[in-house]
Design a protein around this ligand. Structure first.
Ligand code: URP
Ligand code: ZN
Ligand code: ZN
Ligand code: ZN
Length: 485
């Protein structure tokens, strides 16, 4: 046989093309794409099916403690198993620094968690909460050389937030080193002020989380982060955008030609603040930051996906169980600030967007692939190894039945969270067979991958992080009185 695996007669979609041909796989990579390829040790018939690049989920929290110390339900086994059942073959979770910790220690610890457990390939972003000169000047450059070329910072959460001075420091260092900065943009003091007023007035229910995390708090912080980045010519990615105010700010910056990128997530298309207003504490299942908003905001997010404001659609999988170990840790009378923030989404991210986006004509199949796989691989320095179907790429793809109808119930999912925010929803289109580096990892509804068979991916310094070299007058040595970055 010529190939380890041949997929015949499928309709293959990438971010740019739709091709009808066979795909030949050898040694974990795609080595041929043509009509009537020779034989393979294993052959799959994809007639009437779509063959799509495996999803790249570039925002998920796996085996990570929340800012208030609550552990995610998923470890690298359940998290990656859940991902691959949903057609995702690469995850980029976070190695999260607590203040005072060395980045190297943090990364070593996450490697120890991921290596023996992951069933699909993974890279890491850092979370930097303590940007000391030592961390930024010594540790970060070394980790970038080791293939961790992006990091997230927060403008809110007591345990994580950076002030604007620290934001400038971090943006400057990332610019110099070629790393991409991701920012959680919400105005900390606005949220704190609103929350204090709400609690004073006795408003404790989960739904008040959505009031405290006002859309203006998101819009303001997004605009501010963009201005800081613009001042020193640093590219920046705004993660998990939920509000039109933030979407508009990103769009405006892009229209100016700035390297400002945007990410959004399923919860901002399919949930609203009304979901937080359920009986008792049930609304806690839908508490995430920023919160889901309203139908109008959902429409603004759809428009942003269609018009290119958002390059990436990721899950922000932050799986906290709805029980006393996690969401209900502070008991049945907890107030909204005591609820761990986050919703699960690793497994349903692609099916939800396929069904509501592609099947309903809101986005094209090529846009779907760009948003769920190719763009994340490009933004984070993994393309074209990941995110596409092409000769030379890793054989990471899923065979989709575009017409299969599935009614979501938690029982069919593979995470350890215990609930899904999308219970009862009907989805059209499903990834039936999933291949990761040439290995069939999901077939006939069962897992075929071994624990620990995923590999760590070193990310290149991405193009996305290269500065424009378009300097504001105050920092341009040719136009100012001598200041240099
Ligand atoms: O509510 C969320 N998104 N929790 C996860 C942590 C984060 O800020 O992404
Ligand atoms: Zn054919
Ligand atoms: Zn965040
Ligand atoms: Zn997150």
């Amino acid at each position: 046989e010529n190939f380890d695996l041949v997929v015949r007669n499928g309709t293959i979609a990438t971010a740019s093309d739709i091709i009808h041909c066979d795909v030949g796989v050898r040694d974990g990579r795609i080595v041929a794409m043509a009509e009537d390829l020779g034989t393979g040790k294993r052959e799959l018939d994809a007639s009437g099916k779509l063959v799509l690049p495996g999803g790249v989920d570039s925002h998920c929290h796996i085996e990570q403690a929340s800012s208030s110390g609550v552990m995610t339900a998923d470890d690298f086994y359940t998290g990656t198993v859940s991902a691959c059942f949903g057609g995702t073959t690469t995850v980029i979770p976070f190695a999260a620094q607590a203040r005072g910790q060395s980045l190297r220690e943090v990364v070593d610890a996450y490697h120890l968690c991921a290596g023996p457990k992951a069933v699909i390939d993974y890279a890491f972003h850092l979370i930097i909460s303590d940007p000391t000169p030592e961390v930024m000047g010594q540790e970060l450059p070394a980790l970038i050389e080791d293939g961790i070329t992006s990091f997230k910072v927060y403008m809110t959460y007591d345990a994580l937030k950076l002030d604007d001075y620290q934001m400038m420091t971090v943006l400057e260092e990332a610019r110099r080193l070629g790393a991409l900065v991701m920012v959680h943009a919400e105005n900390h003091d606005v949220i704190r002020w609103l929350a204090d007023r709400l609690l004073e007035q006795g408003h404790r229910a989960p739904k008040y989380h959505a009031v405290a995390h006002a859309r203006i708090a998101e819009g303001e912080a997004t605009s501010r982060a963009i201005q800081l980045a613009k001042l020193i010519d640093a590219p920046l990615l705004i993660v998990h955008v939920s509000a039109q105010e933030a979407t508009d700010a990103i769009r405006k910056a892009q229209t100016e030609g700035l390297k400002i990128y945007g990410e959004t997530c399923p919860q901002y298309l399919f949930l609203t603040a009304q979901d937080l207003d359920r009986d008792g504490m049930d609304g806690a299942m839908f508490c995430c930051s920023p919160p889901p908003r309203d139908a109008q905001a959902q429409e603004a997010i759809w428009r942003g996906l269609k018009n290119g404001t958002f390059q990436v659609f990721s899950s922000d999988h932050a799986p906290y169980r709805f029980d006393e170990t996690a969401k209900l840790k502070h008991g049945p009378n907890a107030h909204f600030k005591q609820i761990a923030n986050g919703v699960p989404g690793l497994e349903l991210r692609l099916p939800l967007l396929f069904s509501e986006g592609v099947k309903k004509g809101r986005i094209t199949l090529n846009e779907f692939v760009a948003l769920t796989a190719a763009n994340a691989a490009k933004l984070y320095g993994l393309f074209p190894r990941k995110g596409t179907i092409a000769v030379g790429a890793d054989a990471d793809f899923a065979i989709w039945d575009p017409d299969r109808e599935v009614t979501v119930t938690y029982d069919m999912l593979h995470d350890a969270v215990g609930y899904t925010p999308y219970e009862g929803r009907t989805i059209t289109g499903w990834p039936e067979l999933v291949v990761s580096r040439g290995r069939i990892v999901v077939e006939d509804g069962s897992l075929h991958a071994e624990m620990g068979s995923g590999v760590f991916l070193e990310c290149e310094k991405p193009d996305s992080a290269r500065p424009l070299q378009r300097l504001e007058p105050e920092i341009d040595p040719a136009r100012n009185w001598g200041f240099r970055l």
